[in-house]
Design a protein around this ligand. Structure first.
Ligand code: HAM
Length: 410
């Protein structure tokens, strides 16, 4: 049984650093600034923000008593906390929209499987304070570009619109009526949740349910004029930006706060857990969390899923400029000092730390891919060019400068 948690080993750290670097560059160029919120928050925030009928809140949260009678939860997602921070820090006073991004670990008690973990990382972006459909489109373009820059394979983008809450409520009644009139053909779990979350019926892989859903009313056909116009504008902007997408009239997301635009990026190169990122507009969330009515829109993408989708390979350690070896033990202190000096001068340098024989040290220098090896002996030092095998005597005090000269002349 996999644990659902993992260690990031050194050979995998570089790939993750690359995700961070690409995300930072792309998002900061578009005016997003980094925010980090705490790992745990009051349970109430997620119950209210994410929605008490969602799988996340019903069964996936790590919730515990903080010892003082308060219920806290390891954050299962980042949008509700970022919105809480927006309200708490009075960010409505800043120029709107406030554009924020994060890269953090999240926690969900899901059954672990390939690409699905109980502790996972997300890059997320949230733009709060503007209703402009250009915000939705810009966010979608940014995630498209992030996935492209990471060479994620076989990515498809699906977009939809959930409309305004009132439209959704009306539609919900219509859908519930449809499900009720076909109740005997539905899967048991869908039947049980008709009133709680009828939209999830579109996601069922039960054959009978799928048949019933084929004739179900579609929310996209029931949008009011403003919502239809908003969605049309988002699509126009995506077309202008040459972003390919499919309109998915049954796109539902596992969180309750969405209004209007929703979207999901999937990589067909992945197995069952193919969602690499997704998001949408959440125009009611800030108000629900106690702020003034404030629109918002954002996305989050799973770091591990993006790496799986990009087929990222483990990386070898970066090569070393200088390895300082010593022929005799009484040169150890000098080796230490020279390696330190070299690093202070900006070189990557290591010295012998395992008491190897000189032969063993030279082997170690080779293993590290050292460009130069200094060998400290009775007669001063000799510097070996590890590519040509050439060796020459140098004054230990001039060793760092000699390596720097050598590096420059390459
Ligand atoms: P989400 O769709 O629940 O949305 O998660 C976003 C992404 O996180 C998924 O597409 C997936 O790549 C990754 N992910 C989710 N659960 C797991 C897991 N158990 N293991 C590995 N990766 C996972 C949100 O979280 C929303 N807060 C997105 C958002 C931001 N909407 C508006 N703003």
């Amino acid at each position: 049984m996999p644990r659902g948690t993992f260690d990031v080993l050194p050979e995998n750290a570089a790939q993750r650093e690359r995700v961070e670097a690409e995300a930072r560059q792309l998002l900061e160029r578009a005016g997003y600034r980094r925010i980090e919120t705490p790992t745990f928050e009051a349970t109430e925030l997620f119950a209210r923000g994410v929605g008490s009928s969602t799988d996340i809140v019903r069964k996936e949260m790590y919730t515990f008593d903080d010892g003082g009678g308060r219920s806290v939860t390891l954050r299962p997602e980042g949008t509700a906390p970022v919105c809480r921070a927006y309200v708490e820090h009075g960010m409505h006073k800043l120029a709107q929209p406030v554009k924020l991004w994060y890269l953090s670990p999240f926690y969900r008690r899901e059954a672990p499987q390939a690409g699905r973990f109980r502790e996972f990382w997300q890059v997320g972006a949230e733009a709060i304070g503007s209703e402009d459909p250009a915000v939705d489109a810009e966010l979608i373009v940014l995630l498209t570009e992030l996935l492209e820059s990471l060479q994620a394979r076989e990515v498809v983008l699906r977009v939809g619109s959930l409309g305004a809450p009132a439209t959704r409520r009306e539609y919900r009644e219509r859908l519930i009526a449809h499900l009720r009139s076909n109740e005997d053909r539905l899967a048991a779990d869908v039947r049980e949740r008709i009133d709680l979350n009828p939209l999830r019926a579109f996601d069922s892989d039960h054959a009978g349910t799928q048949e019933v859903m084929r004739d179900a009313p579609r929310l996209l056909d029931h949008l009011d004029d403003e919502d239809r116009e908003h969605f049309a504008r988002v699509r126009e902007l995506l077309d202008d930006a040459d972003v390919a997408y499919e309109v998915d009239p049954t796109l539902v997301r596992g969180l309750d706060y969405y209004t209007r635009t929703v979207f999901e990026f999937e990589s067909r190169a992945l197995g069952a857990q193919s969602g690499v990122g997704g998001g949408g507009r959440y125009d009611g969330l800030i108000e629900q969390l106690g702020g003034d009515p404030t629109p918002g829109c954002g996305w989050a993408a799973g770091v591990e899923r993006m790496l799986l989708a990009s087929g990222a390979q483990p990386a070898a350690p970066a090569p070393v400029d200088l390895f300082v070896a010593y022929a005799k033990d009484d040169r150890r202190a000098l080796a230490f000092r020279l390696a330190t000096d070299a690093r202070r001068s900006g070189l990557s340098a290591q010295h012998e730390l395992a008491g190897r024989s000189l032969k063993g040290q030279l082997k170690q220098a080779q293993r590290l891919g050292a460009r130069w090896t200094a060998i400290l002996g009775d007669e001063g030092a000799s510097l070996k060019d590890m590519e040509t095998g050439e060796q020459r005597v140098v004054d230990p005090d001039g060793l760092v400068a000699a390596v720097q000269r050598g590096e420059r002349s390459l």
